[in-house]
Design a protein around this ligand. Structure first.
Ligand code: SF4
Length: 371
């Protein structure tokens, strides 16, 4: 699917969005290429309001914990990982993990978003023990692991994906953050991360998680040489997966969609690729809100886009500010990092004309003091 001239007027497509109709991939591409940004925002906000409280914007107080930075996958866009032989490699100890959990809880945090590196030297027991320690012993929700890590664990355990995920769930894994989706188009994946697995491999992990009743997030990292039609292809496979999950009838499904632009700093792509503009981000997130009509929540990526664009995104279809980001290693490794405390988050949401509410990792309300 490449650049198409508008065989249908964008205004007619937006009228059908306002009337509650689902749009096709071809229509999404016409909107992406030809619709007025302001009109897109109005339509995205309409879809957002159909699914969510008009005034409320949620966020989660959690912490990104990268239990290891050692990784054998070597994605070309990743400034975070180091080689197994590196003297800068680490695996967090239980004491370090305990301290991070205590700090998180002390500010009203409810979860850890935990991801590696795919470390070649860790065992299946290490992962089970890690999850058990965090959830059963320290009592915090574990929102963890990307599909490539889950596949590595299945290989280590010698079990099916399903049994691997069931064992992790029984050990205390609560939900999957959906990392590593990047662009769900094999041509792009082969170029940027040839060892990370194809689209089918990513989808299979998420689908299996849904089948056993786990909640996940759909994500997209864009601006790494793909076209807008590649982005829409990415949205297509996510929407179809979510349709299957909803049809299955269980609680396993994607709770939300999050998209952020690739940060090229300190990667081989630095200076070779232009970061998507703020307008392109708003256009992308509006199209996602309109197209993903079966996703309840869309997150604003203020961590990569900054506070002002993060606030603006709330007027372009987002209903969630993602995480308070007590700790963030991956984006800051690429030279971009914004963080706030709870009062600033509340202020950011209120000054964008919405009311803040705290949620947990699967969008249940958290009753914190003063909220
Ligand atoms: S993105 Fe993840 S899998 Fe890829 S190199 Fe970085 S840590 Fe490894």
């Amino acid at each position: 699917m490449e650049h198409v001239s508008p065989s249908v007027e964008p205004a007619l497509i937006l009228d059908s969005v306002m009337a509650g109709k689902r749009i096709t991939e071809a229509e999404a591409l016409i909107l992406a290429q030809h619709a007025d940004l302001h009109d897109l925002g109005i339509a995205a906000r309409t879809v957002r309001n159909r699914l969510n409280d008009l005034q409320r914007v949620s966020y989660v107080v959690d912490r990104n914990v990268n239990y290891t930075n050692i990784c054998q996958i070597n994605c070309s866009f990743c400034a975070f990982h180091v080689q197994p032989s590196s003297s800068n490699g680490y695996v967090l100890t239980k004491e370090e993990l305990r301290r991070k959990v205590e700090e998180t809880k002390s500010v009203g945090g409810t979860g850890l978003l935990i991801q590696g590196g795919v470390h070649p030297g860790l065992s299946w027991d290490f992962y089970l023990d890690l999850v058990r320690f965090l959830n059963h012993e320290l009592g915090i929700w574990v929102h963890g692991f990307s599909p490539i890590e889950i596949r590595k664990m299945a290989e280590l355990s010698g079990q099916s994906l399903r049994k691997t995920l069931e064992d992790l769930r029984d050990a205390g894994l609560g939900s999957l953050p959906g990392g590593g989706a990047e662009i769900l188009v094999d041509r792009i994946r082969r170029k940027i991360s040839p060892k990370k697995g194809d689209v089918a491999a990513w989808l299979e992990v998420m689908e299996t998680a849904h089948e056993i009743g786990m909640m996940t997030t759909g994500t997209m990292m864009f601006g790494i040489g793909e076209s807008f039609s590649d982005r829409i292809e990415h949205l297509r496979v996510l929407r179809e997966q979510q349709d299957r999950a909803i049809q299955r009838g269980g609680i396993g499904r994607h709770t939300a969609f999050a998209a952020w632009p690739f940060q090229a700093g300190h990667t081989p792509w630095e200076g070779k690729i232009l970061k998507p503009t703020d307008v392109e981000y708003l256009r992308t997130i509006s199209i996602a809100r309109i197209y993903l009509d079966n996703f309840h929540h869309i997150q604003s990526s203020w961590v990569t886009m900054g506070h002002k664009v993060g606030q603006l995104a709330l007027h372009y279809g987002c209903d969630d500010m993602g995480s308070l980001m007590i700790e963030e290693n991956v984006v800051s490794s690429a030279g971009t990092s914004y963080s706030v405390n709870r009062a600033e988050m509340d202020r950011m949401i209120r000054s964008a004309d919405f009311d803040p509410w705290q949620r947990d990792n699967i969008y249940r309300p958290v009753l914190a003091e003063g909220h």
